[in-house]
Design a binder for this molecule. Sequence first.
Ligand SMILES: Nc1ncnc2c1ncn2[C@@H]1O[C@H](COP(=O)(O)OP(=O)(O)OP(=O)(O)O)[C@@H](O)[C@H]1O
Ligand SMILES: [Mg+2]
Length: 473
Amino acid sequence: MANILIIDDEPGIRQTLASILEDEKYRVFTAEDALAGIEILGREDIDLIFLDVLLPKLGGIEALERIRREWPRIETAVISGHANVDMAVRAVKLGAFDFLEKPLSLDKVLTICRNALILRKLREENQALKRNNSPADEIIGTSAGINRVKALIKQAAASDARILITGENGTGKEMAARAIHRGSSRADRAFVELNCAAIPDTLIESELFGHEKGAFTDAASTRKGRFEMAHGGTLFLDEIGDMSLQAQSKVLRAIQEQKIERLGGEKTICTDVRIVAATNKDLEGECAAGRFRQDLYFRLNVIPIRIPPLRERPEDAPLLLFHFLKTLGLENADFDQEALGVLAAHDWPGNVRELRNLAERIAVMHRGGPVDGGTVADLLQKNPEAFGGPKNPESAGPARPGNSAPPAPFPEILDLNYTHARESFEKRYLEFQLSKNHGIISRTAEAIGMYPSNLHAKLRKYHITIPNGKEER
Ligand SMILES: Nc1ncnc2c1ncn2[C@@H]1O[C@H](COP(=O)(O)OP(=O)(O)OP(=O)(O)O)[C@@H](O)[C@H]1O
Ligand SMILES: [Mg+2]
């Protein structure tokens, strides 16, 4: 049974369509304008929308744009009068699935429903297949440490037990969480993620449990929370160690009772959700310090999976490096002895993410021939903050001694507005590149991938004078 939403301001059309569809055993929702329709989209799992192109308040085309943006997986068929078929054509260009003209034809309505739902199912299957076979999902490594992780994932995925993944920044915690979901019986249902560190305390409950319209000042419409969105699937609570004590107690209750209430709502909603949590913090230590609820910790930590840092499994580093280079199109990258030595001696404070960033930089810089030790050392040392460092000082946790927040690049431009910050960066970048290329415009343009005429224009814009006035002819 599919859920269909009809948005049309004519009561007659709503009634006719609804009765046709209800006869076919579809579950039907109706709205007389786009805003009311959007509210329903926030609260129900809609599969297909019939949308009138001429609507009061928010017009049909604007509504369609918003729907495509916020609910890209829902198919929309537009309804138009004879006089505004051109609008319907525009709607189809914007991603509407099909259109039908008033007066409505029963056959056409039913064909649209059938086709839209088949299309949607095919798309979902296709995505699931892609997800399952994507080489980007393969957990690379042959060390004993990573093999243990892979075996645990395989074992744990089959059950419905809660899993707590721990490990330093960039070790692959999120990757493991996704692998658990893919390996589970919930694989074709949703994998919903919430990064607890990225959401302010005041918003986290509404993110987790959703809210009813008017529950608080900014709650303009009803919204589902992550628990509800993950119904039947997996909820990944990332950086759980950063969740406030208040939110922790609510999560504990949701887990114990397997039901939730939206903020400002009366209704109790049952949820069937498998929870996978991850953190780079030492949760036992956090419990001892009174920052994490012990009872929640026990609930989450049914199956613990610790992902070892890369320095505990150095043999995985070259495999990972070649894997990333290959995905970047550098199949046969070669490293000289010195480069291999530099790689072997590095202890990867940013773990696999640092390694992946290194691969990206090598791919950008590579001009053929073996990569030498100097280049690798430069890339690793010059810009350590661009690699592994913690993303923010609070979430860095106790993972690595002496790990302080990385210095921000160009701190002085961070307080400027976007346009000024961009211009300030652009000017300094061009001055740097010019002097590096001895003031030769054609060479600079080639090195940075810009047309010389564009470069000339930029130099004029920023009043940059060429150091020695050299220009190749
Ligand atoms: N064993 C692996 N094989 C292939 N790719 C990996 C592996 N481990 C990590 N990656 C890749 O490294 C990057 C970082 O991994 P991920 O985001 O899962 O780490 P994380 O532990 O969640 O990091 P953070 O603590 O910073 O959130 C991702 O691009 C991921 O695909
Ligand atoms: Mg992560």
